[in-house]
Ligand binder design. Structure first.
Ligand SMILES: [Zn+2]
Length: 338
């Protein structure tokens, strides 16, 4: 089979790889129906994370089950399945508490930009749809496997409640999905921070009621203007830079909450500042598996359409162009089809 391999920053190649095989009884192998490039894939692509040796890439996927190990009884060959970037057995104490992305047997996916993928912990990770979904649903189901699940977690971690005010920091795919999540969880006012017109439009379509294009202290001042001078109840930090985290912490009101899901890079939090802010803070890799049945249902009933974040669709063999387009911000998110 063929798949994407990063050799060095800026150097992603589509090349011949070994076919994945069942190596443990809890594995499955799927034939990829759609995969994509993640904002976090851009960290090594941009040299912000080291690439010591050639590495397969990709952690978002939907596909058709090809083969299952002897202990995989929840899905069977031929079924359309959605999974998560973090695999989980769904039975350990952390999974039972709803924190599947901290599963004691967790393995992170990293080989999904390929024609076939081995899914570890398939028994606890994969969720099959009742029928083969129409093609129009595939982008949204793919989004559920990471960006929509992560945006959902950001809103849950930020404790968005009906009638509340939420600020979303970051207008990438996760931030835009965070807008959807805040709306679904009942936020009355959703302030999206974005400087890009096409992303502002999508944010409004997804439920944003206000757009702030300023950043830094000006951005914080604009949030305060819109929230009676005190800040928002909930803030979703969906970037992972020091600037975005500062923006988020200063945009929350005393007693408010920040959910942070951008993978932090050089983010340091000042203990005194956090102490006196009275702001609650929770982040981490999203327990997407916990949300899969609900989010799949919201997609298939037409309630949410997070697949709109894919503004570029390419054949998988043009994966390198997907990275380039996202790196140059010509695309919000690139969907890849084998
Ligand atoms: Zn577990």
């Amino acid at each position: 089979m063929r798949g994407a391999v990063i050799h060095a920053p800026g150097d992603v190649r589509f090349e011949e790889l070994d076919d994945p095989e069942i190596s443990r009884p809890t594995d499955a192998v799927i034939r990829t129906v759609a995969t994509c490039v993640c904002g976090s894939d851009l960290w090594p692509y941009r040299g912000a994370e080291p690439v010591d040796e050639p590495q397969p890439m990709g952690h978002e996927y939907v596909g058709i089950v090809e083969e299952v190990g002897s202990e995989v009884t929840n899905v069977e060959p031929g079924q359309f399945v959605v999974g998560s970037f973090a695999t989980s057995d769904n039975t350990c104490p952390n999974c039972l508490n709803g924190w599947q992305s901290s599963c004691l047997g967790r393995e992170f996916m990293s080989t999904c930009q390929a024609e076939y993928v081995r899914i570890p912990n398939a028994h606890g990770t994969l969720v099959a749809t009742d029928d083969q979904p129409d093609g129009e649903f595939v982008p949204s189901l793919l989004a559920v496997s990471d960006v929509m699940g992560t945006g959902w977690y950001a809103a849950v971690a930020a404790e968005v409640t009906p009638g509340s005010t939420a600020v979303v920091v970051g207008d990438g795919a996760v931030g835009l999905c965070g807008v959807i999540a805040a709306r679904e969880l009942g936020a009355e006012r959703i302030i999206a921070m974005s400087r890009h017109e096409s992303r502002q439009k999508l944010a409004v379509e997804f439920g944003a009621t206000d757009i702030i294009s300023e950043r830094g202290d000006e951005g914080i001042a604009r949030v305060k203007d819109l929230t009676g001078g005190i800040g928002a109840d909930s803030v979703l930090e969906c970037v992972g830079t020091p600037e975005a985290m500062r923006q988020a912490l200063h945009s929350a009101r005393p007693g408010g909450n920040v959910g942070f899901v951008g993978v932090p890079h050089d983010v340091a939090i000042d203990g005194q500042e956090l102490f006196f802010s009275h702001v609650g803070l929770r982040g981490g890799p999203a327990p997407v598996r916990a949300y899969l049945p609900d989010l799949i249902d919201r997609v298939l009933t037409g309630r949410i359409n997070p697949g709109k974040v894919f503004d570029l669709t390419l054949p998988l063999e043009q994966v390198a162009e997907g990275y380039r387009a996202m790196d140059e911000r010509r695309a919000i998110k690139a969907l890849l089809k084998p």
